[in-house]
Write a protein of this length. Structure first.
Length: 141
C-alpha cells in the first residue's frame, strides 16, 4: 500500500509542477498534492489502527482472532483481491458487517499454499475432509 501511495504522490507532485509550469496558479495546481496528502494521512491512520491476528479454519468456518486472543469474526472467507503473495480477504458473518484483512505469504510461508488452495477452491470444505493436529488446529488436505 505504501509503494502504491508513493507512486501516486509522485504523480500528483509531477501534475502540480506541470500545471504550475503551464501557468495555472492557485488551488487548481495544488489540488493533486492535497489529495495525495489526505490519502497518505488516511493510509497512516488505518495502518496504526490495524490489529495483527490469526486466521484459522475449523472445517466449517473461518475465525479471525486478534493477537490478544479476542475473536473478532467467525464466518466465511472470500477473496477480494489475489496478488499471489498477498491477498485481500473479507470474512463475512451472518447479519454483521464483514472484516477486511490483508493476508501475506510472509505470515506463515509453510501454510501459504494450503491457505490459497482452500480459498481458491470455490467450494466449502467439509469438516470431515480436514485433519486435526494435537493443538486442535486444522490441517488441510
Amino acid at each position: 500500500m505504501g509503494i502504491c501511495w508513493t507512486a501516486g504522490a509522485g504523480c500528483a507532485g509531477a501534475a502540480a509542477i506541470g500545471l504550475t509550469l503551464q501557468g495555472t496558479t492557485g488551488w487548481r495546481a495544488w489540488t493533486p498534492c492535497a489529495a495525495a496528502l489526505l490519502s497518505g494521512l488516511s493510509l497512516w491512520r488505518s495502518r496504526r489502527r490495524s490489529i495483527p491476528g490469526e486466521l484459522t479454519f475449523d472445517g466449517d468456518d473461518w475465525s479471525l482472532t486478534s493477537t490478544v486472543g479476542v475473536v473478532m469474526a467467525t464466518g466465511r472467507a472470500r477473496i477480494a483481491l489475489d496478488l499471489q503473495r498477498l491477498m485481500l480477504l473479507r470474512v463475512e458473518e451472518d447479519r454483521r458487517p464483514g472484516h477486511w484483512l490483508w493476508v501475506d505469504r510472509d505470515g506463515d510461508r509453510s501454510r501459504w499454499r494450503d491457505l490459497r488452495r482452500v480459498l481458491c477452491a470455490g467450494r466449502h470444505v467439509t469438516a470431515s475432509a480436514v485433519q486435526r493436529r494435537q493443538d486442535g488446529r486444522a490441517v488441510l488436505p
